[in-house]
Design a protein around this ligand. Structure first.
Ligand code: CAA
Length: 522
């Protein structure tokens, strides 16, 4: 991997920097204070081609690779992180999904206008109850034959009201969970589509954020993006690309704050010498530079993976975003600190960078979500506890019938919900059925069973054809010892006991009485 800048990349970086210095910088303060979307300069970026950087020329784009795209988002964000997010949302969350999942007709209709910046794109996923848990969509899209009827709302939508084209996720079949979510292309002006008021924010204040409101909004049938039920995939893969853009935005903030601090430390003198000669400060700068460079390599590698067409960039993109946003926050805090009072007042943009950096740890997936994605890469995405649907039986005779359908060894295991007499009954059942015997850690500690009987993480592992857990609450440590079992039977007085979530069948009632009944009929 060689990430040295090419001549073309250097020329584009210089071009965009010069534009940002000339056109954006002078009006930044005014737009940020007033929370006004920078439409004039976004349109100018479009005229220069920078609103369609990675899309093919035949669709109105510049035909650049994603590596160059992130370098340029980084460059824009050095001067204006608000422009950085506006540019990247438009590219990754609106134009990219239409270009990637759209029909040829949809691509021809929308991409050239978006890629040229004639139209601006936005993304509607987040809802009041669906932030990090993005699959909890409550906006509904009903199939009305020749159109879709959307009802619901989205919140915290970047570019809401200014953007012309929105990629919006909505539930088309609630019973299917994330497989019931579909994506739609919704245009400003469609009947029943309106916007809430702008949110007053800590940072990136000229990137406006508001609600999308759908009140019997009619969306043409042909505006379903990709297939019905595939909207979550559209959203997640778009966010993978989006996270590269946010990482680039964060990196731009980090780099600019760092460079300003280096310049300041060279000329600012205290105690008769420049700040750069104070080791506590210069060592901090050494650490920050190392972290910024590390974050940059993660970002460029993730963008390179996208350029290579790797099918899944989730983990590499998450690492890039986590590293870049963390270092942006750290660098901006230090930059303000090292500038002292000058860092805190608004003459310099450092206090703004510090405020702007914070959102990079939150939007397009919080740092915690990035860790979920990265740890999913280490341990597997399915490393979640799978809840079974337990079937509650009406009595011991029904359990007898179920056991008859599951031949093989049975392990009779008891917990603290049993008395010593109950444990004797369990032993008798084990002998009677030729099965094994076990106990929970709690029962062993309470002296109801022997240490060697303990089933669980700190005890034995068993995998019988049938595991009968009697009076066991079902803590994770116990489940670890029995998870290879065939049929799991839970017998407990408390219907809320976690053991029922791990069981196939269950009996709710007095465990000792149920054991008496079983002894009588088995
Ligand atoms: N690519 C493709 N498929 C993916 C995927 C990805 N990156 N991530 C998940 N999936 C698929 C899984 O394979 C799985 O498919 P099956 O159901 O067929 O098995 C399905 O999606 C569900 O996966 P999970 O069970 O892992 O999903 P989950 O519900 O547990 O959620 C999550 C995972 C990572 C937490 C996800 O919900 C998430 O990313 N949350 C954060 C949302 C977010 O980033 N919001 C940002 C809003 S936009 C914004 O901020 C823009 C702005 O303002 C600038």
């Amino acid at each position: 991997m060689n990430f040295d800048y090419t001549e073309e990349q250097l020329a584009l970086k210089a071009q965009i920097r010069a534009f940002c210095e000339k056109e954006i910088k002078p009006e930044m303060r005014r737009l940020e204070d007033a929370q006004v979307y920078p439409l004039r300069t976004i349109k100018m970026l479009g005229e220069m081609g920078f609103m369609g950087m990675p899309f093919p020329r035949e669709y109105g784009g510049m035909g650049l690779d994603y590596l160059t795209y992130v370098m340029l988002v980084e460059e824009i964000s050095k001067i204006s992180p608000s422009h950085g997010v506006a540019v990247q949302t438009h590219h990754a969350l609106a134009t990219w999904p239409i270009f990637t999942y759209g029909t040829e007709e949809q691509k021809r209709k929308y991409v050239p206008d978006l890629a040229s910046g004639r139209k601006i794109g936005a993304f509607g996923l987040t809802e009041p109850n669906a932030g990090t848990d993005a699959a909890m969509q409550q906006t509904i899209a009903e199939d009305k034959g020749d159109y879709w009827l959307l009802n619901g709302s989205k919140m915290f939508i970047s570019g809401a009201g200014v953007a012309d084209v929105y990629v919006v996720m909505a539930m088309t079949d609630k019973s299917k969970g994330n497989h019931g979510i579909s994506a739609f292309i919704v245009e400003k002006g469609m009947p029943g589509f309106s916007f809430g008021t702008n949110e007053d924010k800590l940072g990136i204040r000229s990137s406006t954020v508001a609600e999308l409101l759908f009140n019997n909004c009619r969306v043409p049938k042909e505006n379903l993006l990709y297939e019905e039920g595939k909207g979550f995939k559209v959203a997640m893969t778009a966010l993978d690309v989006g996270r590269l853009g946010i990482a680039a935005q964060a990196l731009g903030i980090a780099q600019e704050s760092f460079d300003m601090t280096v310049r300041y430390m060279k000329h600012r003198e205290q105690f008769g010498k420049p700040l750069s000669s104070l080791q506590a400060l210069s060592f901090t700068m050494a650490e920050l530079e190392t972290k910024i460079e590390g974050a940059r390599f993660l970002l460029y590698r993730a963008a390179d993976h996208l350029d290579q067409g790797k099918s899944d960039i989730s983990v590499t993109a998450a690492k890039a975003k986590l590293a870049c946003s963390t270092v942006a926050m750290e660098t901006t805090l230090k930059a303000v600190q090292f500038h002292g009072g000058y860092g805190y007042i608004k003459d310099l943009p450092l206090e703004r960078y510090m405020r702007d950096a914070k959102i990079t740890e939150i939007y397009e997936g919080t740092s915690e979500v990035m860790k979920m994605v990265i740890s999913g890469g280490i341990f597997g995405r399915g490393a979640k506890h799978e809840e079974k649907q337990v079937r509650i039986l009406k009595d011991a005779s029904e359990l007898k019938a179920v056991l008859a359908e599951h031949p093989g060894d049975i392990c009779w295991s008891g917990g603290r919900g049993l008395t010593a007499a109950g444990f004797e009954k369990l032993q008798q059942l084990a002998e009677k059925t030729g099965g094994g015997f076990g106990a929970s850690r709690g029962a062993v500690r309470a002296g109801l069973a022997k240490e060697e009987d303990q089933v669980g993480l700190t005890g034995r592992t068993v995998a019988p054809a049938v595991y009968v857990a009697v009076g066991i609450s079902g803590m994770t440590q116990h489940l670890a010892g029995m998870k290879g079992s065939g049929l799991v039977v839970a017998i407990n007085r408390n219907p809320q006991a976690p053991i029922f979530a791990a069981a196939d069948v269950g009996l709710v009632g007095d465990a000792e009485e149920i054991l008496d009944e079983l002894l009588a009929i088995l």
